[in-house]
Design a protein around this ligand. Structure first.
Ligand code: NAD
Ligand code: UGA
Length: 341
């Protein structure tokens, strides 16, 4: 992308009516903003609403009064979806239960329902309503571990190592299967996001927890030895790829969306110390099951199909998240317990 947001602008010009599922979430709320800024009307669908959920209120406070935006509080697992998607030029499917580590054990039923069944129901509704494009939030977790085999290309083997990753791969394959069905009106671009960060990041995620640790003194529980690496992606870059995917020339494609550099958790802690002038308090904890050692994206296909080149370096992105977070007083974004779906 030549400049930040430039391709968002040209792609969004072709979308007049968009539906965004998971609109009250971290990435979904940024997608809503980007589409509205470019003149689209947006119907957001989310189980959470600013009326009853503090995180949703924080995430959507910039758009609730926008004349082009309407939020419906609904559940993709149980509600009738056709009336919501019928008029859409494009559906952006961001809704899911997103955490890697809590996906073991009893909570898995929610992952299965909200990530897999919800995607199947949404694809069914899109197909029977003649929606032309669905953009799906997939995940780097579909690959499993990239250690010794990265940067990973989309055709490389998928071998998720967490129950969450299994549900994201199932959702991706489901959406692509619908797109490939004979005479399907709905094409699909599944974006494999790599660890997205930035303003409004989910409170359970690493960079937000580190920055909050500086403000509150609450130590980060460092899982494992900190040498695990992530291809951290700034949220405006992820959004630019997402909006571009709505008009890309594609029938059924999976595409990596990474930040362009695979960096260790210890390196992130060092950068935060440099940026803030303070050390993140840390408490050692054990490696978490399902946490891969390395994620690393090959971005060739993203560049070719979406014109995507990440434009925000990790240091610049952390600076922006720090500026945003430190301007806020204590609230839901300072409270990891508030992350329930
Ligand atoms: P988030 O939790 O902030 O947003 C997800 C939203 O989906 C929430 O507001 C939640 O209420 C909603 N939702 C969940 N189940 C629903 C249902 N059944 N019906 C209606 N709404 C429902 O998560 P996020 O970090 O913004 O992630 C967005 C998407 O991107 C998810 O699909 C996630 O798997 C994917 N993803 C995120 C990252 C990341 O680093 N944040 C990386 C890879 C993939
Ligand atoms: C993130 C998102 O949370 C998932 O929704 C998404 O699917 C995934 O990226 C992806 O790329 O597909 P994760 O990489 O675990 O998952 O993101 P963080 O929670 O920011 O964790 C990054 C690293 O920091 C991990 O190695 C984790 O073990 C570590 N970490 C995280 C800690 O050491 N302590 C914490 O409190 C949180």
């Amino acid at each position: 992308m030549a400049t930040e947001g430039e391709s968002v602008m040209s792609a969004a010009h072709c979308i007049e009516r968009a539906v965004v599922t998971g609109a009250a979430g971290f990435i979904g709320s940024h997608v809503v903003e980007a589409l509205l800024q470019r003149g689209a009307t947006v119907l957001g669908i989310d189980r959470r609403s600013p009326r009853d959920n503090a995180l949703a209120a924080e995430n959507l406070k910039g758009v609730m009064e926008h004349p082009g935006f309407r939020l419906v509080q609904g559940d993709l697992v149980t509600d009738e979806l056709k009336p919501w998607v019928r008029a859409a030029d494009a559906v952006f499917h961001l809704a899911a239960i997103p955490g890697v580590r809590p996906s073991w054990g009893d909570g898995f039923g929610e992952y299965l329902a909200c990530n897999v069944l919800a995607t199947q129901r949404l694809m069914d509704a899109c197909q029977s309503s003649g929606v032309r494009r669905l953009v799906l939030a997939s995940s780097s977790s579909v690959y499993g571990d990239a250690v010794g085999r990265g940067p990973l290309r989309e055709e490389d083997a998928t071998a998720p190592l967490s129950p969450y990753g299994v549900t994201k791969l199932a959702a991706e394959r489901l959406a692509l299967a619908y797109a490939l069905a004979p005479a399907s009106p709905t094409s699909v671009v599944a974006l494999r996001y790599f660890t997205v960060y930035g303003p409004r990041q989910r409170p359970d995620m690493a960079i937000g927890r580190m920055l909050r640790g500086i403000l509150t003194g609450e130590p980060l529980q460092l899982y494992g030895d900190g040498h695990q690496r992530r291809d951290f992606t700034f949220v405006t870059d992820a959004v630019a790829a997402t909006v571009a995917a709505a008009t890309a020339d594609a029938t059924a494609e999976a595409v990596n969306v990474g930040g362009g550099d695979s960096v260790s958790v210890l390196d992130v802690l060092r950068r935060i110390a440099d940026i803030t002038g303070a050390k993140v308090p840390v408490r050692d904890d054990i490696h978490q099951p399902g946490d891969v050692q390395v994620t690393e994206a090959n971005l060739t296909k993203a560049r070719e199909l979406l014109g995507y080149v990440p434009s925000i370096t990790l240091t610049e992105g952390i600076e922006r998240q720090w500026k945003w977070l430190s301007a806020r007083s204590r609230g839901p974004l300072h409270d990891a317990a508030a992350v329930t779906a």
